[in-house]
Ligand binder design. Structure first.
Ligand code: KG4
Ligand code: ZN
Length: 336
């Protein structure tokens, strides 16, 4: 049991949280850069790292003040080592090392994806074996956890991550950034008008979204060539239904094959209202497996989730050292 200061800067959120015993959030500060990146239609890595540098000290300071603690009360510094954007990660890693050095605290390097999974510990006691559907801007993964802190990636994306596909499709349709929430909302007004090909992969639990994104592009071009009016809401609907059907059907297949005690959703795309609805309705057929759908605030990137995973790593004494460097393509623990 510990009080951890957690830092997350893997993409476009500068975040710091103080988490007690992996369950109680004393503070959770997230400074989003979305307004800036919206101007460019997506995250510009160079800009992201520069804004992290500008904001990180103030974000850490605010997290400590809001938690009403001092650095002496902190038992360890949990931070995102990877995966993510290299320049963004570096800022958090350096901040963590500086604090650890200055205050003589242990470093706890955390894989961002494990953070997304353990965010669910804020809403429910995790039960193992556990299956996690981790869906974000950089990842689409089905992760099997036979025990606590025991990760096996059953399936992953062969090309684009689901969030990336949402963002790219939104850009093609001229809808803005980030595409996920926009398509989520727009698809509610859409109708089943267009047909898109079902994504195909060799692996039973693998995903593929690049072909679907191209199909949206081609359909739009074809319709425009014919002089037909392209209805963005209908196209958003078709894309979302096709993409989510693939996600949900493979997840349910894994539930049937592996029979977990708990299924958790994780990552930014877990905020999607249609995904939540579909998975909930499918899981009614599997009452033996508890479903946890995290609230929206703990789906998207934040540092509290790094503190939640950090607590388990702390208990396992998985400490880092000052040589550790940010790893943009860090694998899940045990997958190296
Ligand atoms: O987990 P996250 O905040 O950052 C990464 O680790 O990537 O996820 C961001 C991704 C973006 O691609 C964004 O478009 C997507 O999550 N997203 C959504 C929704 N809200 C965020 N995708 C679909 N529906 C949403 N409501
Ligand atoms: Zn994330």
């Amino acid at each position: 049991m510990a009080i951890l200061l957690a830092i997350e800067t893997s993409c476009d959120e500068t975040a710091c949280a103080i988490v007690k015993d992996g369950k109680e959030i004393l503070s959770n500060i997230v400074s989003s850069q979305i307004n800036v990146h919206t101007l460019y239609g997506g995250v510009v890595p160079e800009v992201a790292s520069r804004i992290h540098v500008e904001n990180i000290s103030a974000v850490i300071d605010e997290a400590i003040k809001k938690a009403n603690i001092s650095m002496e009360d902190v038992d360890g510094i949990a931070y995102t080592l990877g995966p993510g954007l290299i320049g963004s990660l570096h800022v958090g890693v350096q901040a963590a090392k500086t604090l650890a050095f200055l205050y003589n605290k242990p470093l706890i390097p955390i894989n961002h994806m494990t953070g997304h999974i353990y965010a669910n510990a804020f809403v429910s006691e995790l039960k193992f074996p556990l299956l996690a559907l981790v869906v974000s801007g950089g990842h689409s993964e089905l992760v099997w956890m036979k025990n606590d802190w025991d990760f096996k990636v059953l399936g992953t994306t062969r090309d684009d991550a689901i969030g990336e596909a949402y963002d790219k499709v939104a850009r093609v349709l001229g809808l803005g950034y980030p595409g996920g929430p926009i398509i989520d909302k727009l698809a509610k007004e859409g109708e089943a008008h267009y047909q898109l090909p079902t994504p195909k992969t060799d692996g039973a639990y693998d995903f593929s979204f690049s072909g679907l994104k191209t199909a949206v592009l081609q359909l739009k071009a074809r319709e425009e060539k014919k002089g037909a009016e392209v209805k963005p809401a209908d196209l958003a609907y078709a894309f979302q239904e096709t993409a989510l059907h693939s996600l949900v059907s493979k997840t349910i297949q894994a539930v049937k094959d592996y029979q977990p005690s708990m299924l958790v959703l994780a990552g930014g795309v877990a905020a999607n209202s249609r995904l939540r609805e579909l998975i909930q309705s499918e899981m009614e057929k599997h009452p033996e497996c508890e479903l946890v759908i995290p609230p929206l605030w703990c789906c998207t990137d934040n540092a509290a989730m790094i503190g939640a995973a950090g607590e388990i790593a702390y208990q396992h004494e998985l400490f880092g050292d000052f040589d550790a460097s940010a790893d943009p393509s860090l694998m899940m623990p045990g997958e190296e």
